[in-house]
Write a protein that binds this ligand. Structure first.
Ligand SMILES: Cc1cc2nc3c(=O)[nH]c(=O)nc-3n(C[C@H](O)[C@H](O)[C@H](O)COP(=O)(O)OP(=O)(O)OC[C@H]3O[C@@H](n4cnc5c(N)ncnc54)[C@H](O)[C@@H]3O)c2cc1C
Length: 493
């Protein structure tokens, strides 16, 4: 082996289209007639860590299978290595050197911004530099990189609206980078895959129902995104209806592992249609959701402490309840609040939950049950196929009142009012809480308040369906007191 291979390390960029690191790696290999070695590294944390999820591991593994097949069709392949990367990469470089690969080795990656990825990439850079490896980190996971968008005074944004305004101006609206038509050959000899597939398989048995999980792989994601383009104009009208399973894009899982380029999805919606009679268009609202994804990514980038603690540190003083019975009821969808239970059951059955339902259930856990937001954050990560450290953390801290732009702590969602507004005909509850299906609205959203409807439907609370585990009005007072005591004590320090 004369020229060492150019390395392309796939991480959260499992696609061939609009892939800056792939395009740059291919160009580098061609320029020096070097082979190209595409790799993926199974970090143990991906499949066996406390924040891993069998649903997500399954989606990742299946998507990788398709990526490998696509690479093979272009004359290459995907070599899957067993992590941690801090061990696998130096070993790989050693193996390349051992067969005579001299000279500098170029390693191409797409930047990832999670605290884990950041720490790992820093360690990798330190380990590989002495081995003659030059790392090229390209954009491709978010639309606007965290450092590219700061306030006029050079500080990170903590408020979304002005962030979004500037973000839109910075979007690179150019056409997507094309998929390569052929790839440089693999090195000879080709390092062998050594991923522990038995362990990975054992951790990729979805807990959700197979038929409710999103289709893995770039091809299905692209087909889904193309179909979504024909409905996006209705997004403003439909996105908040809980039972409307096609009112939002359902692209979050694909975006999470980069089956699609967020930049490409945004660029193809531009220019955005102007607001009509002050109403924002579906296209604009939808693009603004992708900006939320970038926003929370930059929040965690600039304030990594938020992964463990409150973004607004004064909220760390809240004294949370330790009621395990309440936590179990919330997790299992048996709180006696039908809208909360429907949402929690949707999560368990499908690995997905509607955004409005995420807000309702997160508010219920933190404000009605006074349970630490980190308990809910971890539960969501165990189930969500789209589970994303930054978006999940941002959403949870928003609901708990401790994050950026947060819901002020004294604004507490009333689950029954939320249900009436966003599940007006009860179809969402009927689907996920079938034991209440015979009830019509408004009884289905507050069965305890409708004894006649319950009797007519033959439902006894505490038997077929639980009694509410808390009284919302009382819980509200308890939470207001707990938050105000904590914030006053902090203010007095
Ligand atoms: C408590 C809580 C936890 C959440 N956890 C996650 C998570 O782990 N992963 C995740 O991707 N989203 C999370 N969200 C945000 C949001 O609920 C999901 O992105 C959305 O429901 C996914 O459905 P969709 O693809 O149909 O979204 P659409 O409404 O079609 O939005 C398009 C895309 O924009 C992004 N997006 C939308 N809303 C948000 C948001 N509020 N924050 C960040 N990105 C957003 C997603 O990538 C989404 O696919 C959370 C929200 C809350 C309130």
């Amino acid at each position: 082996m004369s020229h060492p291979p150019v390395l392309l390390w796939f991480r959260r960029d499992l696609r061939l289209a609009d892939h800056p690191a792939l395009v740059a790696a291919v160009a580098a290999a061609k320029e020096r007639s070097a082979p190209l070695l595409p790799i993926f590294i199974w970090e143990p944390a991906l499949f066996a860590g406390p924040r891993s999820s069998a649903n997500r591991t399954w989606f990742l593994r299946e998507s990788l299978k398709e990526l490998a097949a696509s690479l093979r069709a272009l004359g290459s392949d995907l070599i899957e290595l067993q992590g941690p990367a801090t061990v696998a990469l130096p070993q790989l470089i050693g193996a390349i050197r051992a067969v005579g690969g001299t000279g500098e080795i170029d390693l191409f990656i797409t930047r990832d911004h999670t605290p884990f990825a950041r720490r790992r990439d820093r360690e990798i850079a330190e380990l590989l530099a002495p081995l003659g490896v030059h790392i090229h980190a390209k954009r491709g996971l978010v639309v606007v990189e965290p450092e590219e968008l700061l306030t006029g005074s050079g500080t990170p944004y903590g408020v979304y609206t002005p962030y979004f305004r500037r973000w839109l101006e910075l979007v690179d609206a150019s056409s997507p980078l094309p998929r390569p038509r052929a790839l440089p050959p693999l090195p000879d000899p080709t390092p062998t895959s050594n991923a522990d597939h038995a362990a990975i398989s054992a951790h990729s048995l979805p807990t959700a129902q197979a038929d409710l999980l999103p289709k893995p792989g770039e091809r299905a994601a692209r087909a889904h995104a193309d179909a979504w383009r024909t409905s996006v104009h209705q997004y403003a009208a439909r996105r908040n209806t809980l039972s409307d399973s096609t009112g939002t894009s359902h692209l979050s899982a694909a975006l999470h592992i980069g089956l699609l380029s967020a930049r490409e999805l945004v660029a193809r919606q531009l220019p955005l249609p102007p607001a009509v009679e002050g109403e924002r268009s579906g296209e604009r609202l939808w693009v603004s959701q992708i900006a939320w994804r970038d926003f929370y990514t930059q929040v965690l980038w600039h304030a990594p402490h938020a992964a463990q603690r409150a973004w607004r540190s004064s909220y760390d003083a809240v004294k949370w309840s330790q009621d395990q019975r309440a936590i179990s009821a919330w997790e299992s969808g048996t709180t006696g609040y039908p809208i909360v239970d429907a949402a929690m059951r949707q999560l368990a059955a499908s690995g997905f939950m509607h955004n409005r339902a995420r807000m309702i259930t997160a508010s219920f856990l933190t404000k009605d049950l006074l349970i630490d937001w980190r308990v809910g954050e971890a539960h969501f990560l165990r189930h969500l196929v789209d589970g994303d450290i930054a978006a999940n953390n941002g959403g949870w801290q928003w609901c708990a009142g401790s994050g950026t732009d947060a819901q002020p702590y004294f604004r507490i969602f009333n689950p029954v009012t939320q249900a009436g507004n966003f599940d007006p005909d009860g179809a969402y509850v009927r689907r996920w809480v079938p034991e209440l299906a015979a009830l019509s609205t408004p009884a289905i959203h507050a069965p305890w308040a409708h004894p006649k409807a319950l009797a007519a439907a033959g439902i006894t609370l505490g038997k077929e369906y639980p009694l509410p585990i808390v009284d919302h009005a009382e819980a509200r007072q308890r939470t207001l007191a707990a938050y105000s005591v904590a914030l006053k004590a902090e203010g007095a320090k």
